[in-house]
Design a protein around this ligand. Structure first.
Ligand code: ATP
Ligand code: MG
Length: 565
């Protein structure tokens, strides 16, 4: 591509609403232009990158045996009524009417449409397993569209849906997709982790999110320094301490803490480390109040606690009036020692390993010190109910937990029979019996990947594309081409030779001065730059610089070509 024939539109100013680096750089490089909140045009430069991502995704999906389809973005209300999601999907669903007042939505996802397709197309177990995918535009009316194409309202997704006779077969395809996803993100040159995710309300069997690790990520992720282990912070197991609980040596004593209610205040006032304090919160259980105890330096994890048999999934904190009525004290002075027998005491594994601790005295203005489990405080159950913290042992026994941030670029999910059941998508099995199909779904945020890649690959001058995503691999920059036929000839011959080798090259023949020309090529992140100048030609060399190198080198034509052998 000759840049003089292309539409490159880099800009210096950064729009005020661009908060994160990828959004700023995509605008400055002229990759995208905003049309409305969360709705963007992919300018020619941006589209080249988007198509690269799409191509890798398509190749690996095909290689994994999935079959491409293309479903409509406009979907009828009646179909969404069949799964109950017309109402349940909530505000993200963009609803529209046609001239006959029939209602539709712009598809935020395609479980309904693909299951409708499958119930019509598939009727025998012999057609299974099968996995259909598409690369298609989605619309979700996000509450807070932001960060450019990272959290857009209109965006490009690859979504795949597999159909199976049984769970075991679904499990196999799930790992097939998991491996395909790992290949996709590896091929794109991204640093990523497959993260165990909560299956949430859908309640499927297994779910992994693929996250690109980056500071600006919206999700907190716990990952191991010593292995591939990674999980959403809500999901990550906090392992039991290896050391046994020390002996109960101190005597229980009630001490005055007139205004000290938080762990920080109490620990400073009594001169006891937070690791030797027990934090107690009261929540509404399925049958009255329940006490949750964690170490003073830890936090209760609501998602883990919600899985306890004593608690409903969405348990609420007890309010102050309730606590005063049941315990006679206010929050901030609650402790496990001397709680009424009606209140189950659930103790985190780390908290259960502490002896001679400080805890609330269940009387306003007092705490206990020298308290001990069993002797002074009942334990109904020891469970993992806390959030993991930096430095915890990794649950797989290898390395330590670090808490980092991630951008979700992919999601694989075993749906089970939820949608097939609602839409009665059945096939006849081996014995001629009707069976509801099992389903998996697998999404990749194709457009989000472009932004996520920049979050991992930039410097002060601009984007540093991983080679597989770069709009072009090589930029040939011509110095003073208008006055110098020799420069044009040498550049054209190099361009032709590289192009013949299948390398994508952009020739900057716009006649800009070197400063602005180099700045543009750095901003748009071309991995290799070759400068052709009169002076270089006289010395028989080209100036070469890789995007991430600090200095340039003088190379002969052969040496340049050898870089791309
Ligand atoms: P998120 O938690 O980020 O809102 P999600 O869990 O709702 O995403 P899925 O339904 O799993 O998203 O969609 C599959 C993929 O589509 C996601 O992994 C993500 O990469 C991408 N995606 C989802 N929402 C958006 C969006 N608003 N803009 C761009 N990409 C998106
Ligand atoms: Mg998701």
């Amino acid at each position: 591509m000759r840049l003089s024939q292309f539409h490159l539109a880099t800009v210096k100013e950064i729009p005020a609403d661009a908060e994160i680096v990828s959004h700023k750089l995509m605008l400055r490089a002229g990759m995208i232009r905003k049309l409305a909140a969360g709705i963007y045009t992919w300018a020619p430069l941006g589209l080249r990158v988007l198509r690269k991502v799409e191509a890798v995704v398509r190749e690996e999906m095909n290689r994994a045996g999935a079959i491409e389809v293309l479903m409509p973005s406009i979907q009828p209300r009646e179909l969404w009524e069949e799964t109950g999601r017309w109402e349940k999907f909530g505000g993200q669903l963009l609803k529209i009417k046609d001239r006959k007042e029939s209602e539709f939505c712009f598809g935020p996802t395609h479980e309904e449409v693909i299951t409708d397709f499958a119930r019509a197309e598939l009727n025998s177990y012999k057609q299974l397993p099968i996995n259909f995918y598409q690369i298609q535009t989605k619309f979700r009316d996000e509450i807070r569209p932001r960060f450019g194409v990272m959290r857009a309202r209109e965006f490009l997704m690859k979504d795949a849906y597999s159909f199976h006779l049984g769970e075991e077969c679904l499990g196999k395809e799930y790992w097939n997709m998991y491996n395909a996803y790992s290949r996709i993100f590896t091929r794109l040159g991204l640093g990523f982790r497959a993260v165990e995710a909560d299956t949430g309300a859908i309640g499927g069997n297994a779910s992994h999110e693929f996250h690109v690790l980056a500071e600006s990520g919206e999700d907190a992720i716990a990952f191991s320094t010593g292995s591939e282990y990674a999980a959403n912070v809500e999901m990550a197991e906090a392992v039991a301490p290896s050391a046994e609980r020390p002996a109960a040596t101190a005597t229980l004593e009630r001490v005055d803490t007139p205004t000290q209610r938080t762990i920080d205040e109490v620990s400073a006032f009594l001169g006891v480390d937070a690791t030797h304090c027990i934090k107690t919160i009261l929540v509404r259980g399925t049958d009255g109040l329940v006490a949750l105890c964690v170490r003073g330096d830890h936090e209760v994890n609501e998602i883990k606690a919600g899985k306890l048999p004593e608690l409903p999934g969405d348990s609420q904190l007890a309010d102050e009036a309730e606590i005063v009525r049941v315990l006679g004290c206010r929050p901030g002075f609650i402790g496990p020692a001397g709680l009424p027998d009606s209140i189950p005491v659930i103790v985190d594994r780390s908290a259960a390993a502490v002896a001679n601790f400080v805890c609330g005295g269940n009387q306003d203005g007092t705490h206990f010190r020298g308290a001990n489990w069993e002797r002074d405080a009942r334990i109904t159950r020891v469970a993992d109910i806390r959030k993991v913290v930096d430095g915890d042992a990794s649950p797989d026994g290898k390395g330590q937990i670090r808490i980092g941030r991630g951008i979700e670029v992919g999601h694989v999910f075993q749906l089970g029979t939820k949608y097939a059941e609602a839409l009665q998508a059945t096939v006849l099995d081996n014995d001629g019996k009707k069976k509801v199909m099992h389903m998996g779904c697998y999404g990749i945020g194709v457009s989000r990947i472009v932004a996520a890649a920049i979050e991992q690959n930039f410097d002060a001058s601009g984007i540093c594309w991983p080679e597989p995503m770069a709009p072009w691999r090589v930029a040939i920059c011509l110095i003073n081409p208008k006055n110098d036929a020799a420069v044009i000839d040498a550049a054209t011959s190099l361009y032709d030779e590289l192009t013949a080798r299948g390398i994508e090259v952009v020739m900057d023949d716009r006649g800009l001065r070197p400063g602005p020309m180099f700045a543009d090529m750095e901003l748009i992140g071309i991995p290799h730059r070759v400068v052709v100048s009169e002076r270089g030609l006289a010395a028989g060399t080209f100036e070469y610089r890789a995007r991430r190198d600090a200095d340039s080198r003088q190379l002969s034509r052969e040496e340049v070509l050898a870089l791309f052998a």
